[in-house]
Design a protein around this ligand. Sequence first.
Ligand code: PMP
Length: 304
Amino acid sequence: MADRDGFIWYDGKLVPWRDATTHVLTHTLHYGMGCFEGVRAYATDKGAAIFRLKEHTDRLFGSAHIFQMKMPYDKATIMDAQREVVRANKLDSCYIRPIVFYGSEAMGIAAKTLSVHVAIAAWPWGAYLGADGMELGIRVKTSSFTRHHVNINMCRAKSVSTYANSILSHQEAANDGYDEALLLDVDGYVAEGSGENIFIVKNGKLYTPDLTSCLEGITRATVIQLAEENGLQVIEKRITRDEVYCADEAFFTGTAAEVTPIRELDGRQIGEGKRGPITAKLQAQFFDVVQGRSAKHAEWLTVC
Ligand code: PMP
């Protein structure tokens, strides 16, 4: 990944990909205090367009605010920078990764004197959970690792440190031959996937866990809005793993995962064991919107 052509926006300037390096004493590398975003740009008739750029940028600034990391740039600069990175790398469609991290001025956990840095990279990235999974659905295992409690890691922040928990859960699921993990909260209720929000469909209604201990996903909000525009009722509530076993359909949402059907949880087939009709409809509508084919929600796309 490090040894390739292209450009990364690094502290206000585009630098060659290979030169976008940082010192081994970078504070965030040692203690995990940092935050990032995952954003996608899609190929549209008007060229590459970033999906919900403002919402992702707002969440990045919200994460930094939670951690009291003083952003050295304003939102307009970071929004422009994301567009610039897509253009500079001549990408039609891509994943965009802004990251905010502390410098290497000091070690120890007192972070007051540290500089704050921002880098933004972009690269092509296809279906995160596999092209087959998008059509056939994926196999998921409930994790033995618990999602963070609201008072352990801040759940509204998309923070670097959250992802050690995500990696542990994903590693476990993958080692056991599954595609993805489902994490429960400290009370044993369904929280989210290692990098996705979850929805289930039961008797024509959509259910998703409330936001207590999952990330406030931008794809989640998008799918809720699309579903409601279809006249579907969406209920945010505590969900148990056996409600997922007995659901008619289930799917994950995320910027990387987009809308990925789930066909199995813990060896139990969900519904017909394939992408269900409501999932298929929402997935198709999602792709129509992000790829600029829908008359609705042009406001969610920012041409680069
Ligand atoms: N939960 C977690 C833990 C995630 O990493 C992600 C991906 N950012 C999501 C949910 C989905 O969020 P979004 O739709 O904003 O990408």
